[in-house]
Design a protein. Structure first.
Lengths: 207, 133
């Protein structure tokens, strides 16, 4: 019933009210990409980035991001979510030089962040899944996220980030998810962002 | 010597096969609870079939809640392997889809284990590789 009400309400949703979520595993570059988009179109950044996994431990928003690109316009609410994982071990953070107390705090916040990210899936109109193209894409977390989006009929765009890395393999990402559009970019090096913005416009049209 | 060390490390590793018939009547919370209770007993669960995507999401949510509350519990490793029917013909796909809707997805296999036991599961489309920590 709730699904029917949601589908019905979408008919009357103005395009500028759409919520676009950034999802993916930890350290794939979700916040880096969100920062690039925010900086390009609002002049401000979205959140802190770090080499230590689970830097984003709370769902972050940017209201009314307006993109004007090649004569087209898109206004949306950007939602950057914590990386979804199936394991959290505070000892992993110690390897990055964190103190035990800080590592435990980070682990506790990260677990809650994952729960929040999953709960937020219900509120998304479209989702950008950000993957690290140098990592194996066949992880169950990626499959679970996509499966949940398909079940909710939420349009998906897959971004294969970090294509500047030697080990990057976009073809492997494409092979893993042949039913979805995959755009290879490097948020850090600002590579292929034009193609990303075009794909984002196409994604918004599906809402 | 090295051989002894390895067998010592794997001593006590326990695996539980869960047939689809054992979980098919259960609702999402009960299925997830059953799996997690086995995991908390340090068992590697081999489930006939696969969880639905919303069940997998619930499994991750409940796992994270447990990481927060159960001492030394670090989470789970999870992987599914399923028959590759992408390139199969129309009738094979139809047969597979029909069987799936009638008796559930029994042709897949799901492996779920405690993160403290399984360091990593590497999956490619055809095989699963389990690395023990």
């Amino acid at each position: 019933m709730i699904r029917i009400i949601k589908d019905f309400s979408k008919l009357f949703l103005r395009r500028e009210n759409i919520r676009v979520g950034f999802y993916g595993p930890p350290n794939a570059g979700k916040t880096s990409l969100a920062n690039v988009v925010c900086k390009d179109w609002t002049g401000e950044e979205m959140g802190e980035i770090s080499k230590i996994p689970h830097e984003t431990r709370h769902v972050q928003f940017k209201e009314k991001v307006e993109i004007k690109y090649k004569g087209k316009s898109l206004t949306f609410k950007m939602v950057d979510t914590p990386g979804i994982a199936t394991r959290i071990d505070y000892e992993d953070f110690l390897k990055y030089g964190l103190k035990k107390k800080d590592a435990k705090k980070r682990a506790k916040e990260a677990t809650q962040g994952i729960i929040d990210a999953i709960k937020w899936l219900d509120d998304m109109d479209a989702v950008i899944i950000v993957l690290d193209s140098s990592q194996n894409p066949y992880s169950q977390v990626n499959i679970t996220i996509i499966g949940n989006l398909v079940a909710r009929k939420i349009p998906v765009l897959i971004v294969a980030n970090k294509i500047d890395l030697k080990k990057a393999d976009i073809k492997k990402v494409e092979a893993a998810f042949p039913e979805y559009e995959v755009v290879g970019i490097s948020a850090k090096e600002r590579i292929n962002l034009e193609e990303f913005y075009e794909a984002l416009m196409r994604l918004a049209k599906k809402v | 010597m090295a051989k002894n060390k390895r067998s010592k490390r794997l001593h006590g590793l326990s695996m539980q096969i869960v047939p689809f018939s054992e979980v098919k009547e259960l609702g999402i919370p009960q299925r997830v609870k059953k799996i997690l209770s086995l995991i908390l007993n340090n068992k590697i669960v081999v489930l006939q079939g696969r969880l639905r995507s919303e069940e997998e999401a619930r499994l991750i949510e409940d796992t994270m809640a447990l990481v927060d509350h159960v001492k030394n519990f670090k989470g789970i490793e999870l992987a599914v392997i399923e028959p590759n029917i992408k390139n199969a013909g129309f009738f094979v796909k139809m047969k597979y889809g029909l069987a799936k809707s009638l008796i559930g997805d029994t042709s897949s296999m799901t492996v779920i284990g405690p993160a403290s036991v399984i360091k990593e599961i590497k999956r490619d489309p055809k095989q699963l590789e389990l690395f023990f920590g």
